[in-house]
Design a protein around this ligand. Structure first.
Ligand SMILES: [Zn+2]
Ligand SMILES: [Zn+2]
Length: 370
């Protein structure tokens, strides 16, 4: 009889079932990862509500675990062996395009699962593509040769390494795309896990002044931002955010704005444009929530010489820096790691991130073996 794997399978919109699946055999050019931690994020909240596109699937795209079985070719190619603790990127790149050679797997056409039903991306791929173990809400995930892995540095627990995805985005958006470094002044909009990771990256890199905004329901998150050394926090529902930003920057405005308020409408973008310095500021926007933007002030953007960039995923380099940042233990990560759930609680874990389950969620993880 074949060994079995327990997995939380999405069988319909907002519906999960625990199922026993066959443990696949591992050819020479593949491996199997025993999942220790699978992070849950806002993307899961949106995806979970959608109808299935191509049959049931195992979600979970922010995965950390131990290599349990490693084929010979896989081991030689990757420089990894059984027992190694690794962070698995959710992109499965083609491996030969220009983007992949630059470590920019997020731009590889082979990772465009949304447009291509045959594209594999961890956490979004149908079980109909063999061997079906393409998500972290499971005891094991399957790793073909093009899986992108990072060795977790010593001194970092699997749960802490589970913060690597939002931290990679934080490093990508704040440091690499936003160019934040020594003496920068920064406005971060939205104090969720993404905003908090941008904050930690900015402070670690030497930013002089970081302002974090949120709404009244974000009171606890703004407290965490203060603990992560935000210089100022602003509840945009209770005070005039622009007036306060100009006040604390001596009327100058900030060098960089990072908008992590997906789904909050157009107001944060408009505030960001006004909060930027007179000329030459940079705005990094996570714009997926805004399908439409009537009267977008393109003229104002041009007059201020603003560079607008899209916050979308992370590069290989950003993940390496994120693991390094997390291993530094400079910030009390436990303030942000608010909830962990077992495999049977995946539905509730996703709903908690969406604000409909356990209260106070910032970073939420599923621990499949609990
Ligand atoms: Zn995510
Ligand atoms: Zn490629």
């Amino acid at each position: 009889m074949r060994e079995k794997v327990l997995a939380a399978v999405k069988v319909g919109p907002s519906t999960t079932e625990l199922r026993e699946l066959d443990l696949p055999s591992v050819p020479d050019d593949a491996a199997l990862m025993k999942v220790e931690v699978a992070g849950v994020c806002g993307t899961d909240v949106n995806q979970y509500r959608l109808p299935l596109r191509n049959g049931p699937l195992v979600m979970g795209h922010e995965n950390v675990g131990y290599l349990a079985r490693v084929g010979k070719t896989f081991a030689a190619q990757k420089g990894l062996c059984e027992g190694d603790l690794v962070f698995l990127e959710h992109y499965l790149p083609c491996g030969h395009c220009e983007w992949d050679h630059m470590g920019e797997y997020r731009h590889c056409a082979a990772t465009e699962w949304f447009y291509d039903d045959n594209a594999i991306r961890y956490g979004y791929t149908s079980m109909s593509i063999a061997p079906g173990l393409w998500g972290g809400f499971s005891h094991y995930v399957y790793l073909p040769l093009n899986a992108v892995l990072h060795k977790v540095p010593r001194g970092l627990s699997p749960e802490e390494a589970g913060v690597a995805t939002p931290m990679s985005n934080g490093i990508q958006w704040a440091l690499i795309d936003g160019g934040i470094g020594y003496a920068s002044t920064v406005l971060i909009q939205g104090p969720g896990q993404q905003g908090l990771c941008c904050l930690m990256a900015s402070k670690h890199a030497g930013a002089d002044l970081v302002i974090v905004t949120g709404t009244s329901k974000d009171a606890r998150r703004l407290e965490v931002a203060s603990a992560y050394r935000a210089d100022h926090t602003i509840d945009v529902q209770r005070e005039d955010a622009l007036a306060r930003i100009l006040e604390v920057t001596g009327g100058r405005g900030v060098d960089v704005v990072i908008d992590c308020t997906v789904g909050a409408g157009t107001a944060p973008t408009l505030l960001g444009i006004e909060a930027l310095k007179r000329r030459g500021g940079t705005m990094v926007v996570q714009g997926e929530g805004n399908q439409e933007f009537p009267n977008f002030p393109i003229g104002r953007l041009t007059r201020k010489g603003i560079t607008l960039k899209s916050a979308r995923g992370h590069s290989y380099r950003a993940v390496e820096l994120a693991l390094h940042q997390l291993a530094s233990h400079r910030f009390p990560l436990e303030l942000m790691m608010t909830h962990t759930f077992a495999l049977a609680e995946v539905d509730y874990a996703i709903k908690s991130v969406g604000g409909e389950g356990a209260p106070g969620a910032i970073h939420v993880s599923v621990l499949p073996w609990r």
